[in-house]
Structure formats: C-alpha cells, structure tokens
Ligand binder design. Sequence first.
Ligand SMILES: NC(=O)c1ccc[n+]([C@@H]2O[C@H](COP(=O)([O-])OP(=O)(O)OC[C@H]3O[C@@H](n4cnc5c(N)ncnc54)[C@H](OP(=O)(O)O)[C@@H]3O)[C@@H](O)[C@H]2O)c1
Length: 245
Amino acid sequence: MNGAGKFQDQQLLVVGATGGLGSAIARSLKSEGAGLILSGRNEEKLSACAQELGAVSLSVDLSSSAGRVQLAEAVGELDGVVFAAGLAPVAPVRYLKDEDLAACLNVNTMAPLLLVRDLLKKKKLKVGSSIVWVSSVASSRGAAGYAAYAASKAALEAAARCLALELAPKGMRVNCIAPGMIETEMADAAAERISSDALEAHLKAYPLGAGRPADVAAAASFLLSSESRWITGTSLPVDGGFSIK
Ligand SMILES: NC(=O)c1ccc[n+]([C@@H]2O[C@H](COP(=O)([O-])OP(=O)(O)OC[C@H]3O[C@@H](n4cnc5c(N)ncnc54)[C@H](OP(=O)(O)O)[C@@H]3O)[C@@H](O)[C@H]2O)c1
C-alpha cells in the first residue's frame, strides 16, 4: 500500500528523475500514492530524490544498451512508465557535430523506444499499463538551431503512434506530452545561448505566459491514470497556447 491517491498500489517507473521535469513528475506521482522506481544518471541527485520520496532508484546511462537492459531487469511489474530524460543540443546545422546529433537521437528517440522493447521482452508492463514519453513543441514547430532536437522528438511521436497500435490489443497505452519552454536546467541552458531580446520575444509567444514543471507533471499524471483510458497514440501539447498560433 502506498497511501491514498489515484495511484494507490501502483508501481510507476520515472526515467530522467534527476531532471527538472522528471523530478517534478516523480513528486506529483508520489503525492498521489504511487510506489516509485526512479532512474537517472547523476547518482548524487538520484539518491537525494529517492530518499526524499521513499523510492527505489537505479542509476544507468540510457544511451547504452547495457544500461537499458539493467534497468529493465531491475524493475518489477509496472503499471506505468514516464520517460523524461533528454538532451537538447542547439546549433545551426552548419556547425552540428556528428556526435551531438547521434547522442540526441540516441537519448531522445532510441532510448525510450528500446527501453519499452526491453520491458516488453521481460514482461514488466502489466495489462492496462500506460507509457508516457516527454516530447516537445519542437516536434511540430520549426526553430532555427533545433534541427537535431526537433527531429528526435518528431520521430519519437511517430514511434508512439505505431507502438500504440501494437500495444492496444494488450490493453496498454502510449502517449507523448509536448511541453513548451518550462523553467529547468535544460531550458536555462537553451536560454543562455540566445540574446535577451530573442528570449523575450520567445517568452511573449506563450499566450498563457511561462510554464512550470508542475504543469507537465499534471499532464503526466492524467496520461498515466485510468482517467485517460480511451486516449492512446497522441501527443498532448502543454505549452500555454504556443502551438495554436
Ligand atoms: N524544460 C523544457 O523547457 C522542455 C520543453 C520541452 C520538452 N522538454 C523535454 O523534457 C525532458 C526533460 O527535460 P528537463 O527540462 O527536465 O531537462 P533536464 O533538467 O536537463 O534533465 C534531463 C534528464 O535527462 C537525463 N539524461 C540525459 N542523458 C541521459 C543518459 N544518457 N542516460 C540517462 N539519463 C540521461 C538527465 O540525467 P542526469 O542529470 O542524471 O545526467 C536528466 O535526468 C527532455 O526530454 C526534454 O527534451 C523539456
């Protein structure tokens, strides 16, 4: 028993729990009664978060096949998975390095897909389980300097649609969340690379103003829960209206 709440008696895996969005998602799921397994790379941050939330944790590098298999083997049967790990290299294509593109596609696209493959092979996803991948508004909007990142997220959403069809007969669901800019270390790093005028103009593009990690956590909670039982293969924009213009 994990206390009262909509995830009472459920085991949820949060990947990227050391990040700004992943840690907010983990806190929110815990407050709704979930039993948590947390994964990240930074051992210090991960064990602090796991201790705070009374969660089990495992530090792995998701860009390696061995890391993903280790994680898939370590977890028990799951009611849901949130994948909130990611990299955001920003560079005009002319200066894009092979290794940055490869790392971005590896962590943002291949890792979520291959981790689900490994969990399926090891029969760790229960009937009725829900898979949530954190994508980005960049999946459907052009932005100079974001070719690698946008491609990685658009591919992730395309994969989610196909995987959703494969898993529907097993009663499993797959959805993405497409956040706009939310204040985390990743967004801070992106903001540092542009002028203050460009940043101000970007922030003005959000009709509802700036987003918070809790906004993404609320969407993750909805998509993981049975409240969204008839929703699969979609991507939910959580962007204060950025993408409707
Ligand atoms: N913040 C935004 O504005 C925003 C907007 C749209 C979409 N997103 C997406 O939301 C997700 C989370 O972003 P965030 O803002 O929370 O970023 P963040 O604070 O920089 O966190 C990134 C997370 O990814 C993990 N990670 C990176 N490479 C990894 C690897 N090789 N193996 C294992 N873990 C790895 C990091 O682990 P360690 O720190 O332990 O290394 C960390 O937990 C990303 O997919 C991002 O693309 C963010």
